[in-house]
Structure formats: C-alpha cells, structure tokens
Design a protein around this ligand. Structure first.
Ligand code: TYD
Length: 130
C-alpha cells in the first residue's frame, strides 16, 4: 500500500502522483474504471510484465490479490491511498460502491499479449518459477 501525497485545504484536496517519485515506476498509461454496475467483477487476470498502482479516487472497492500461493483481500476506499501490484499477481476487483471510480497507473502501454487470463496457466507458471 502506498500513501500518496495529500494536500488538503478548506476548498478541497489534491493528490499528485509522479512516476518514479511517489510510485515505483515511470507511468506509461493511465486509465479509469467507472459506471460499474452493482455486483460487477473486474480484473480476473495477471500480467507478465506490467506493473500497476490502483486507487479508488471516488468510492470504494475490494481487490483480491493472489500470488499463486496466498490470497489477500484489500479494501481501497481513500483517494490518497494506492495499491502497488507487481507483475505476476492475479487480481480481481469486487464490491464496488455505487459511483466508484478506480484509477489505474500502468508501467507499459496496452499490450494484449501481456495478459494471463487463464488461472490454471497462471498457477503453473508460478509453480515453474518456484
Ligand atoms: P480489461 O483489461 O479486460 O478490463 P478488466 O480487467 O478491468 O475487466 O479491458 C476491458 C476492455 O478494454 C478490453 O476490450 C481491452 C480494452 N482496453 C484497452 O483497449 N486499453 C487498455 O489500456 C485497457 C486497460 C483495456
């Protein structure tokens, strides 16, 4: 979990994020998830090379992270708190609150072939990696 800078004033707050400064990689891509219907499950994959930081800039959601051996559920519910997800971690995002917005900072451009979408393949790779 990364505590991001937070500049609060009576007129509102600002959280700036600089690649390589507040998060451990240069930012190549930013995207956000929004209009998420109740009960939706996002993610359900791992990445070979991509690293990401996720934050709930509005509302809240849970991320289930899985390294092939252990699973952990992490609640993101503060705009100034980011979760760093290194490569090779299976993730699912669930329990989105109404109106939640999830921003994702990514270390690489979008590459379809960087996704591992089959859990069995992911597990086998983790076992092979030791
Ligand atoms: P996907 O990564 O499968 O979403 P999630 O894991 O959150 O459920 O992406 C959904 C769609 O969006 C898919 O058709 C690919 C497209 N997409 C891009 O074109 N560029 C991107 O940077 C991302 C993240 C997704």
């Amino acid at each position: 979990m990364i505590d991001l800078p937070r500049h609060a004033s009576p007129c509102g707050s600002i959280t700036p994020i600089e690649g390589g400064v507040n998060i451990p990689f240069a930012i190549a891509r930013v995207y956000y998830l929004y209009d998420i219907p109740g009960g939706a499950v996002r993610g359900g994959h791992a990445h070979v090379e991509l690293e990401q930081v996720l934050a709930a800039v509005l509302g809240a959601f849970d991320i289930v992270v899985d390294d092939g051996s252990n699973k952990k559920v992490i609640r993101l519910d503060r705009a100034y708190r980011g979760l760093f997800i290194p490569r090779g971690i299976w993730r699912e995002m669930v329990n989105f609150s109404s109106g939640a917005v999830c921003v994702v900072l990514a270390s690489t451009p979008y590459r379809k072939d960087d996704y591992l979408r089959d859990y069995e393949t992911f597990s086998r790779m983790k076992v092979a990696d030791g």
